[in-house]
Unconditional design. Sequence first.
Length: 103
Amino acid sequence: MFVAKVTGSIVSTQKVDTMVGHKLLVVEPYRLDAKTRKSLTTTGRTFVSVDTLGAGIGEYVLITQGSSARLTPETKGLPVDCVIIGIVDNVHIDNLCVYSKDD
């Protein structure tokens, strides 16, 4: 699993039948800042992810990739490689809150 930020959405009017009705979002994985360990920082990568929870742009989410992305009830049997499996409320590292949805 990875923490990622939703940075955009994708609209595809033509796709395989099994993907009709599935919301697609652009997500950017984040990691703990290696120098300060006090904030999250981008990895510089982006992915297209199936949204199973109704996440919005600007929210931090939990994603899973690869074959694990097809293990949720919503994505079983779909041709997907990345799925949003949670919306992040807080991230705590070494007793320090490095992200809070409320801030």
